[in-house]
Every structure is written in structure tokens, then in C-alpha cells.
Design a protein around this ligand. Structure first.
Ligand SMILES: [Cu+2]
Length: 123
């Protein structure tokens, strides 16, 4: 094979690989939808939190549905450190966390090892 051809193939593979890596770590933001005095949002837990940035309003109850579609040790627990909230997420099912964010601010959440990271932004 022509070495230039090989270099071309390697470069294309590298670009495609980097693109998927970039997709994987993209921050995806979603606003909790409000209806009947409650805000709700669903987060898919599979390799990461998706979306990993959620926004909600202060003073209105917020229900986060964690839809965990995997069985790795990593994502078994989700912890909102600054809110003193910690919850066991069952595999292949949805676990709800409900609380009322009282103050505007940013509240990070993560798995036990910190590999999965997300952020709740309260406005
Ligand atoms: Cu983890």
C-alpha cells in the first residue's frame, strides 16, 4: 500500500474518533418542564448523565427522574453534595429524586467516583 494512502486512512480515523469523543463529553443542557406546580426532568444514566446540565426555578418542587440503563458499579449512587442528597439508583429502571430548590445557585451532582458529573442550575 502507498504510505500516503495509509497516512490518509489514519488521519480520517483520528478525526472520526475525536468527533465521537467530543460528542461524548459535550455538555447537554435541558430545562425542567413545569406543570401543575411541579418541575420535572429526566436524566438518562448510561456512560454519563444525559443531559448533564439541568436548569430549574427556585421555590418550586423539582422531581428528577434518573433513568439508569446500565448495571455498572460506577453509577449506582448519585450524590448532590451541597444539598446533602444521596440516592441509590436501581439498574434498568427509573428512580425519582424530589426536593424544592430554595436558593438560586449551582448544585453539582456526581457518581461516587466522580466519573459521571452533572450540574443543576437553579434560577
Ligand atoms: Cu462512578
Amino acid at each position: 500500500m502507498d504510505p500516503r494512502q495509509l497516512i490518509g486512512i489514519v488521519l480520517i480515523a483520528l478525526v472520526v474518533g475525536l468527533f465521537f469523543l467530543w460528542l461524548r463529553f459535550q455538555r447537554r443542557q435541558e430545562r425542567a418542564s413545569e406543570s401543575g406546580g411541579i418541575q420535572e426532568v429526566t436524566i438518562l444514566v448510561k456512560g454519563a448523565y444525559d443531559p448533564n446540565v439541568i436548569t430549574a426555578k427556585a421555590g418550586i418542587p423539582l422531581r428528577i427522574h434518573f433513568n439508569r440503563q446500565e448495571d455498572t458499579d460506577c453509577s449506582r449512587f448519585v450524590t448532590f453534595d451541597t444539598l446533602h442528597l444521596r440516592k441509590n439508583l436501581k439498574s434498568f429502571s427509573t428512580t425519582e429524586i424530589e426536593f424544592t430548590p430554595e436558593k438560586a445557585g449551582e448544585y453539582p451532582f456526581a457518581c461516587d467516583m466522580g466519573m459521571y458529573q452533572g450540574k443543576l442550575i437553579v434560577k
